[in-house]
Design a protein around this ligand. Sequence first.
Ligand SMILES: [Zn+2]
Ligand SMILES: [Zn+2]
Length: 214
Amino acid sequence: MEFKTFFFNALRTCCYLAYDQTGHCIIIDPGCFGPTEEQRLAGYIRNNNLTPLYIVNTHCHFDHLMGLDFIRKTYNIPLRMHPFELGNLERAANYARLFGFNIIQPRSDYTALSDGEVLTFGHSELKVIHTPGHSPGSVCLYGSRDAVLFTGDLLFAGSVGRTDLPGGDYDQLMESLSGKIGVLPPETRIYPGHGPSSTLAGEFAVNPYLQHLV
Ligand SMILES: [Zn+2]
Ligand SMILES: [Zn+2]
C-alpha cells in the first residue's frame, strides 16, 4: 500500500490517499477547502492514474470533510463512516460557521462502517477499529500487512484528541487507546488527523497522555 498525505485547510487537517499498484484508491478525510486545495487533490489523482472507490471519514468534524461535497460531485463515490457520526455530519456546516468557515452542508447519506470490518481496495486491506472518545463514532484504520494505522483525531504525535466537543469523552478515549490501540504491534506507524506521523512504540514511550497506560 502506498499513500500520499495532504495538509488541508486552516486547521492543517491530514487527508490521506491510500492506493496500491492496481491504481484503486480510497480518500481518507477529505478536508480540502476551496478550489486550490480541491485541485491539488484531484490533480494528484489524475496524474497518478488513480481510481477513487470510496471516501472514509475517521469522524465527521467539519475540518475532515470540507471537501466532501466536491469529492462526491467529482467522483460520484460513496461515503463510509461510523453511524454514530451522523449528528456531526448533519451539523457540519453550522459547526464550521462557528469557527468562521463557510462550507456547503454535505449530503448526509452514507454507508455504515462497523467495528472489525475489513475495507478492501485493489490488493490492499484496512481494518476498521471503532475508537470512541474524541467523538462517538471515531474510527481508526489498521493495515496489518503494512503496519500502518490511520488514527484520525484519537492519537497524535505527542498528544491525543480533545474531548471537550459534543460527544467527546475522555475516559472513553483512554479506553480506546489502552484496549484497542495499545494491543497493536509497537512498530505500527501512525498517521494522525493532524500533525506528523509517528510509531506506537514512540508514542507509548514519550506521549504524556499514554504514560499511565504503559
Ligand atoms: Zn476532530
Ligand atoms: Zn481534526
